[in-house]
Write a protein that binds this ligand. Structure first.
Ligand code: NCD
Ligand code: ZN
Length: 334
C-alpha cells in the first residue's frame, strides 16, 4: 500500500545554524517541498540582510534537494519602508512574547506597542505568526493568550493571523470565531499528553513549549487534524537540541520530529481511517491560506516497517527506537 503526497509542507520548522543546521536540514529537505523557517536564532533573524544569509545557509545545508525555505522575520517594530521591502522575501513575521520559549528574549515585552507595525502588515498583506503563550501557570499559558488573539483579530480584520502550534481545545474553538484566524498543529501534540512527558519517568525529549496538555485537548486537536479543518495546517515545530541541552537539569524546550513527521502522520491518519485527509492537512490548506505555490514535489510513502534510530548524531528524535509502519519510498523530483 502506498500514498503519494503532492508538495507536502511543514508550516513551522526550526533549523538552527552551523553544525546543527547541517545535521538536521537534510531530513526536512528530503521529506517536504518546503517549510516555514522560524527566525529564533541568536541573535534573531530581524533584518533582510540576516534573512538572505540564513536562506543561503539553508539552501547549502539542503544538499541539492529541492526544498523551498519560506522565510520569516522575527517581530520587532519595523518601519513601513522596511516592511514593503521585506514583503516579497517573506511568508510572514513571527511574534514571540519576550521570554516565553527558546531564544525569545528579544521578543515583544508590551504587545500594545506592536499595533503600529501590525497595522502596516495588515495593509501590505503580511501574515502574522504568533507564539501565543502568557507568562502564567504553565498549563494555562495558551488559554490565557486566547483573548489577545481575539483582540488582534478584531482590531486588524484584514490581517492573516496564525496561532502557532495550538495545544488546547479552547484554541480549536477560537479558530471558527474569527475569519482571519488560522492555526498550525504539531505531530506530537496530536499524540501525547502531559502524562507522556511527566506522568511516569520524566521524558525530556517530549518537553516543549507549549507543553503537552490534557487528553481532551489532544483529542480535540486530533479531531480537527483528521478532518483537515480548512483553517488548520501541519507545522512540525521540529526543534532540535543536542543531548547535552536535553538530558539533565535545565532541559531546553523542543521536540525533534523532522525525520519521522510524514511517516508518523501517515500511520496516525491510517489508524483513524483518514488517510484521504492527509493531503489537505500537510499541503492544500497551507497553500490556500497563505496563497503560495511552491515548486511541486511528489513524496510517496509506503507501508513498510522501520525502527526510528535512537539518535541522529547528537540529537534524540521524537519516537526514538519505536517501530513505524510507513516510510518514505520515493521523492520526485529527487
Ligand atoms: C522551540 C525552539 O527550541 O526553538 N522550542 C519549542 O519547545 N517548541 C521554540 C518554540 O517554537 O517555542
Ligand atoms: Zn517553534
Amino acid at each position: 500500500m502506498s500514498l503519494t503526497l503532492d508538495t507536502p509542507l511543514d508550516m513551522h520548522l526550526h533549523l538552527r545554524e552551523g553544525a546543527m543546521l547541517d545535521a538536521v536540514a537534510p531530513f526536512s529537505a528530503a521529506a517536504f517541498a518546503g517549510a516555514v523557517i522560524m527566525p529564533n536564532l541568536v541573535p534573531p533573524v530581524d533584518s533582510l540582510e540576516r534573512l538572505r544569509w540564513y536562506r543561503r545557509e539553508i539552501a547549502r545545508a539542503s544538499q541539492g534537494q529541492q526544498f523551498t525555505p519560506l522565510m520569516t522575520l522575527f517581530f520587532r517594530n519595523y518601519s513601513a519602508a522596511e516592511l514593503a521591502e521585506a514583503k516579497p522575501q517573506i511568508i510572514g513575521i513571527k511574534l514571540y512574547p519576550a521570554g516565553v520559549t527558546t531564544n525569545s528574549a528579544g521578543g515583544v515585552a508590551n504587545l500594545a506597542e506592536a499595533d503600529e507595525t501590525l497595522a502596516v502588515m495588515e495593509r501590505l498583506g503580511i501574515p502574522l505568526l504568533v507564539h501565543g503563550e502568557s507568562h502564567g501557570f504553565v498549563l494555562d499559558r495558551e488559554q490565557e493568550f486566547l483573548p489577545i488573539y481575539a483582540r488582534i483579530a478584531r482590531q486588524f480584520p484584514q490581517l492573516t493571523i496564525v496561532m502557532e502550534h495550538i495545544t488546547t481545545r479552547r484554541a480549536t474553538e477560537l479558530l471558527d470565531q474569527h475569519t482571519n484566524l488560522f492555526a498550525t498543529v504539531t505531530l506530537h501534540h496530536l499524540q501525547i499528553t502531559l502524562n507522556d512527558l511527566a506522568g511516569g519517568l520524566l521524558d525530556p525529549h517530549l518537553f516543549c513549549k507549549p507543553i503537552a496538555k490534557r487528553p481532551e485537548d489532544r483529542d480535540a486537536l486530533l479531531q480537527l487534524a483528521l478532518t483537515a479543518h480548512p483553517k488548520l495546517m501541519f507545522g512540525s515545530d521540529s526543534a532540535p537540541h543536542p543531548r547535552s541541552s536535553k538530558e539533565g537539569a535545565g532541559c531546553a524546550a523542543g521536540v525533534f520530529s523532522a525525520p519521522v513527521a510524514l511517516p508518523a502522520l501517515a500511520e496516525l491518519f491510517a489508524q483513524h481511517g483518514a488517510l484521504g485527509k492527509l493531503q489537505a492537512f500537510v499541503s492544500d490548506n497551507a497553500r490556500r491560506i497563505y496563497n503560495i505555490a511552491p515548486p511541486p514535489k511528489q513524496v510517496t510513502l509506503e507501508r513498510r516497517r522501520w525502527v526510528v534510530p535512537a539518535r541522529y548524531g547528537d540529537v534524540v528524535p521524537y519516537l526514538a527506537c519505536s517501530e513505524l509502519a510507513w516510510r518514505i519510498a520515493d521523492v520526485q523530483p529527487a
